[in-house]
Design a protein around this ligand. Sequence first.
Ligand code: KE4
Length: 426
Amino acid sequence: MSKSKQLFERAQLSIPGGVNSPVRAFRSVGGTPVFMERAKGAYMYDADGKRYIDYINSWGPMILGHAYEAVVRAIQEKAVFSTSFGAPTELEIEMAELIISMVPNVDLVRMVSSGTEACMSALRLARGYTGRNKFIKFEGCYHGHADAFLVKAGSGLATFNIQTVPGVTAGASMDTLTAPYNDLEAVAQLVKDNPNEIAAIIIEPVAGNMGCIIPQPGFMEGLRALCDKEGILLIFDEVMTGFRLAPGGAQERLGIRADLVTYGKVIGGGMPVGAFGGRKDIMERIAPLGNVYQAGTLSGNPIAMIAGYTMLKTLKNNPAIYTDLDKTTEKLHHGLDRILKDSAHDYVINRFGSMISVHFSNKPVQNFADAASADNATFNRFFHLMLDRGVYLPPSAFETWFLSHALTDADIEETLNAAKESVALL
Ligand code: KE4
């Protein structure tokens, strides 16, 4: 029996489902989750010592590859001066100033400890600022597990087909309105049906929780115009796209300015960090300046800050990382395209920057319904065939693949060889 199998059996005796986050449990793809022991660069090594080329990268954070020297060293050096003060530090100012220097339209930023906290806080702020209760999210988008967002959400809820979440009360979700991604008309109708009641529209500007779903031309611009016209705040959930698509994230790549932006993943360099920020007049409503309360014991703690600061500084000082990442992802895309084109399978590959996903679908995948109607059983088989060949993909068709700057041409070649063998066996 593999060490992962043994560990998974033992884990289930003390942790619900044996994992600390549902998407890790391989529930939709089947089989035993691989227990990892260490990682370096583009590779992870499981408890049996088997090597995998990593296309999850901790669901986004490890954009520079695992155990990036400068980040590890910075954490080691900082840890000896205490891991948390619960008091303000200069490093938090430096982190905030660095973020503001990299992203458009953020005058003030507040650090938190996860993407969930960032999105939850941004929604509360939008409601407090506008005095309105309702908000619009999109089917298949995932903004963390705060109650109001667990309506037609993506990521693990789509993977496990969880339509309603026990414990989320009608009161908590009654103000959540939903529309299909890329459907501007549906959004306009919701706005028309709820005059002066909608505080915010929150969106993943490039979606990654139903596979990678790309905004169609005019969609984001339409949302921006609608928000301007109706006094609604546009919130970009850049937990995945922030600092991954460009130093300025999706706002930079798409050329659209959101009113509030949330961050996570890359911003912490692998440590628990989230953040939300935006226009001064909005952010000034956050306590202690304003009365929209938000707080956190470990918000801005020195270890998380130095990890995130070191990663963001590296990204800011080496913009070629982004062009490299785009090129590597393009190589992967074109290689997979060549392999799948020669196969009997219908497929669609969606790619934006270093986010990519493969859908076994005979039509474009532009929203959640398209992603859900793809042949995801074939994806699940593809996942295991690739895993057997040492390629670690997200264990769900409702996730995007994340590439790291540590991937070499040889790694891409090895991945494509594994894909060639896997597709032939589908
Ligand atoms: P966290 O609370 O997991 O740090 O962030 C929540 C979140 C918010 N917004 C977006 C766009 C996100 O993708 C996420 C988290 N993403 C999932 C992967 N699809 C995290 C993996 C997990 O749940 O274990």
